[in-house]
Design a protein around this ligand. Structure first.
Ligand code: PEP
Ligand code: MN
Length: 338
């Protein structure tokens, strides 16, 4: 439910409505706009149905929200959310690039990757320390050793660190080393994990599930938001379709659709989205043209030797070329890449 306050409503009237909402066992989220204040009301459906806000002083109108996600909805918050990740803003004018290897393999490989992506203009170093692999026999990641290497690479280069967290058990440990959590496609509906990151304040990059609808994906974001953590970034990474040439089908219409549906920033990962390094730069350009606020790109010093996702990884030279190509698109739509 959304309560729209009258343009002349006083702070006391807004506080009065918030108090009434809270007394009714519901939660109020106040968002002050240029024209008026709106109060988003969330909670159990039966309590919402019983809540009568129309007659409260200062209230202009009360609107029902039909979507099951509320805090993630553009109706609740009209303006774009800009998320500050250790000083780097995601969702504003600048397009933020997160790049690095699929997996942290060794200190040398990671430091070399970090220098390469920094040189190309990335602001974040990515790299998996915990790898949710399809096969239990595939490389599973260096775990805490990998986290330490990520933190060291971040300190040396000044890059911010984003890495995947795979369960609530390892979350406190990952929290010690990184600037932003990544929830992977396979965990998009791991509701316990979503709630656990929701109870922290560190930003969360939420990847789209392998076959998740936009509604399911936004509801996953809602799990995090409803626990209190408002720093959620959506990441399109391709979905399963009948096509087999590409690893996944990168759904760029999702970028435009999400921009209407939610105020949260949207990032695109054309590496997992296509599975082929030659398609990464064209799809990165298309993503930025479609309105993406950032890109996640797999880069490896020597993709042929990568322990995972070599075929979709750019080498440092191709990453630099991609960055130049994407910068031209960013400029054409009035945004900046670096
Ligand atoms: C990744 O980014 O390392 C990854 C495993 O991606 P996804 O969860 O999108 O498959
Ligand atoms: Mn990968």
């Amino acid at each position: 439910m959304i309560i729209v306050m009258n343009f002349a409503a006083t702070p006391e009237e807004v506080a009065g409505v918030v108090a009434k909402v809270t007394e009714s066992g519901l939660k109020a989220h106040v968002s002050e706009g240029k024209e008026c204040t709106i109060i988003g009301v969330i909670g159990e459906k039966s309590l919402i149905a019983r809540f009568d806000g129309e007659a409260l002083p200062g209230v202009e109108k009360v609107l029902a929200v039909t979507e099951s996600y509320k805090l993630a909805s553009r109706k609740f918050k009209v303006t774009d959310t800009i998320i500050d990740v250790s000083g780097v803003k995601i969702g504003g004018e600048n397009i933020v690039v997160m790049a690095g290897p699929c997996a942290v393999e060794s200190r040398e490989q990671l430091i070399e990757s970090a220098y390469a992506v920094k040189k190309g203009g990335a602001k974040f170093l990515r790299g998996g320390a915990y790898k949710p692999r399809t096969s239990p026999y595939a490389f599973q990641g260096l775990e805490e050793k990998g986290l330490k290497m990520l933190a060291e690479a971040g300190e040396i280069t000044g890059l911010k660190i984003v890495t995947e967290v795979v369960d609530a058990v390892s979350l406190p440990l990952v929290n010690e080393y990184v600037d932003m959590f990544q929830i992977g496609a396979r965990n998009m509906q791991n509701f316990q994990l979503l709630k656990a990151v929701g109870r922290l304040t560190k930003p969360v990059l939420l990847k789209r599930g392998l076959s998740a609808t936009l509604d399911e994906w936004l509801n996953a974001a809602e799990y995090i938001l409803s626990e209190g953590n408002q720093n959620v970034i959506m990441c399109e990474r391709g979905i399963r379709t009948f096509e087999t040439y590409t690893r996944n089908t990168l759904d760029l219409s999702a970028v435009a659709a999400l921009k209407n549906m939610t105020h949260l920033p949207v990032v695109v990962d054309p590496s997992h989205g296509t599975g082929r390094w030659k398609l990464v730069s064209p799809m990165a350009r298309a993503a930025v043209a479609a309105g993406a606020d950032g890109l996640m790109i797999e880069v490896h010093p020597n993709p042929a030797d990568a322990l995972s996702d070599g075929p979709q990884s750019l080498n440092p030279e191709n990453f630099e070329v991609m960055m130049q190509e994407v910068a031209a698109i960013a400029e054409a739509i009035g945004r900046k890449l670096k």
